[in-house]
Design a protein around this ligand. Structure first.
Ligand code: AMP
Ligand code: MN
Ligand code: MN
Ligand code: MN
Length: 276
């Protein structure tokens, strides 16, 4: 099964609109697709309609921003009822903090001589309610300040750098609870990307599972093969469902295209065993 259960459209910080994401996935041979925009489900209707036209099975998805031990952790929700009021209200609450955060990022960049960064970032944000650091990064590249998005993050947008600002997102329990309330499956996204001690990583899994979380991205476009093996072991130890996910944002920025991840280790239980 070529399943790809994590990617982005212009509804958050992807480069392609939801229809184009689905068309690209179909052309790449994806058989089961979830669109998982950051804190937003506004692209699901269009994506699911196009997927039906193209014969691609589609799962409703979202990637919720949470805060845990000073780190931002992403929780993916899959296969929920997209009209559920608890989930809709929760996502609205998470998004509501983004405007003030974007103003603070822009003010922080102003302090190091980068003017009007928010106006520049907005040029790249198709959804005005969803300005992400990726949009700031694209603006700094377009303005000739940095050569590429990765370098912008390394120099400006990660903790300890001048354009980084602290922000309190949802809690692990809130995000997981909203997904479960809406009948979906919660999955920890790209677990190798978090800078957590091993004790805090174990605590993250404890709290996530206690809140009803059931899955982890073992294969991710953001994981090396060693990291994949590490989280395959954790999925076995914790009895978690395993997901496979490109985290595709656009061909300019993503190392792995839609549907082009490695297969899951064959002894793991795929999360799609519960979605199909
Ligand atoms: P935000 O939700 O506003 O904090 O933005 C997070 C998004 O920024 C991620 O989903 C990625 O799209 C992008 N991102 C984060 N870290 C990096 C990085 N080191 N290099 C490139 N893009 C990144
Ligand atoms: Mn993103
Ligand atoms: Mn993420
Ligand atoms: Mn993502």
């Amino acid at each position: 099964m070529n399943a790809d259960l994590h990617c982005h459209s212009t509804v958050s910080d992807g480069w392609l609109d939801p229809e184009a994401v689905v068309r690209r996935a179909a052309a790449n041979g994806v058989e089961l697709l979830a669109l998982t925009d950051h804190d937003e489900i506004g692209g699901l209707e269009q994506a699911s309609r196009v997927a039906a036209e193209l014969g691609v099975r589609f799962v409703d998805g979202v990637e919720i921003s949470t805060s845990f031990c000073g780190e931002t952790i992403h929780i993916v929700g899959l296969g929920f009822d997209r009209t559920h009021p608890v989930l809709i209200a929760g996502l609205r609450q998470v998004r509501s903090g983004r405007d003030a955060r974007a103003l603070r990022i822009s003010a922080a960049l102003e302090m190091v001589g980068i003017h009007d960064a928010l106006a520049g970032a907005r040029q790249f944000a198709r959804n005005p309610a969803l300005v992400s650091r990726a949009h700031f990064a694209r603006h700094l590249v377009a303005a000739g300040i940095m050569p590429d998005v990765r370098t912008v993050f390394d120099h400006y947008l990660v903790r300890g750098k001048p354009g980084f600002v602290e922000h309190e997102w949802a809690s692990i329990e809130e995000a997981t609870g909203w997904i479960c309330a809406a009948g979906g499956i919660a999955v920890i996204a790209h677990p190798a990307r978090y800078r957590l001690s091993s004790a805090n990583l174990a605590l993250l899994f404890d709290r996530f599972i206690a809140a009803g979380g059931e899955g982890v991205e073992v294969v991710s476009g953001a994981h090396s093969e060693d990291e994949m093996r590490r989280f395959a072991t954790i999925a076995r130890q914790r009895g978690l469902l395993a997901s496979r996910a490109s985290d595709f944002h656009g061909e300019q920025e993503s190392p792995v295209d839609l549907g082009c991840c490695n297969p899951l280790p064959s002894d793991l239980t795929p999360v799609w065993s519960r979605l199909c």
